[in-house]
Each structure stands twice: as structure tokens, then as C-alpha cells.
Design a protein around this ligand. Sequence first.
Ligand SMILES: [Zn+2]
Length: 236
Amino acid sequence: MLQNPDINLSVPNLSFGGRYGGDFADKTSATTTLPAMNMGEKSAIGEAIAATRLSLGQATDLAFKLMAELDQFLARWEIAGSIRRKEPTIGDIDVVLIPNNMSGLKAKVLSIDPTAHGGDVKIFFEYGGRKVNLFFTNDDAWGATLLEATGSSSYIIGLRMKVKKRGWKLNNTGLYDQSGNKIAGKTEEEIFDKIWEPDPNCSACGGVGGGGKENKCPLCRGKLAGKRYKTPENRN
Ligand SMILES: [Zn+2]
């Protein structure tokens, strides 16, 4: 089931829903988890949803058209999700953004879709018949939010399991060490750099990382500097 491309439908819910909770998160889980749960069994609902997916090109065009409308209210934005991973077909449009005019942005979104809902963490609405998820962040958390909103969800779960073994925590605000200190989050690169940092006392690589397959130390699993960033299209 985790290999199914439609699993990305559950990313926003997985990543943000539980943590921010509330009435609005419940509505989200009702709309986002149902398809993913059913897809593994090739159910009728799964087939129906698959049929509504856009090609990567169509979805990219639609996403940029939307962002041209929203750009004036934003200090920074990037399209994430399955579009950023360059999946062949796309369900939702996911965008990470930092507004410079939140009230203007919300008014604009409501003018596009009066049923839009959400708050200061995320907003959901429809545009051109597609479900759009806007994820708000700030410069300090930019990389962490982008990483999580890009997915895939199985890839993010794998990263979290890896950092958990070290007593660390990864969420949409950053990477935190055993003491709860934030050690990365501004960029994806610095998060990957920390996650794949070799053990400085490793007897196999001498703290440098590398060797073996994928430049990964067979003992500490650390990677060579410059080899730690994983491009979005390779995160499935
Ligand atoms: Zn090593």
C-alpha cells in the first residue's frame, strides 16, 4: 500500500493533522485518509479517484496558474507534494508558503472557493476542480515543512524511524536532538546533512562516511559530505 502513488493523499493529514488537531483536522482526515486506505485493495472508490488524477504537466500548469493569483500575498512559496516529486499523475496540489499578507491571502482564497477552510497552519480548498493544500511556515522551519509536504509519506516515515533510532525527532518544524534542541530546519539540505552525518568515532569510516553502496558507511550508515541530499524525484 505504501508504494501506491495515491498514498500522497494522506501526507497532509499524517504530517499536520494530529499535531494541530481540532475540528478542522477531523474534517481533513475524513477527506484525505479514505482514498489512501482503500487504494491498496483496488476498490471501486480507488479506481474512481485514480481516474480523476491529472498528468504531471496538467497539474503543474494548474499549480502555477493558481500561484500567479496568490503570489502578491506571499513572501515565499514552493510547490511541494507529488508535483515536486515529479510523479506521473497528480491528485492534490500541495504548496509550502510564507505569507506577507495573511488577511489578503485568505480573502483571495475565499473568493476562489467559498468553502475553503483551515487556519494559520494550513488552508484547504479547491481550484480548477483539484484539492489544494497550503502549508504555512516560516524561514526557520522552511526546509522541514517543505520536506514533509513533499513526501512521499512512506519516505518521511522512513526518515523519522531513522532519526528516532538516534533519539532525535523530525517533524514539519525541524530536526531535534535528544535534548529537544533544534539542529536543522531552514533548508532540506541541512536536515539531510544532519540525518546522514557519520558517527565521528566510527571505526569503519573514521567519521567521514561513505564507502559501500550509495556512499553509505556499512557500519554507521553515514554518508560522504555532498552525497547526503536526496532529490525530490527520488523520495518514493
Ligand atoms: Zn562510519
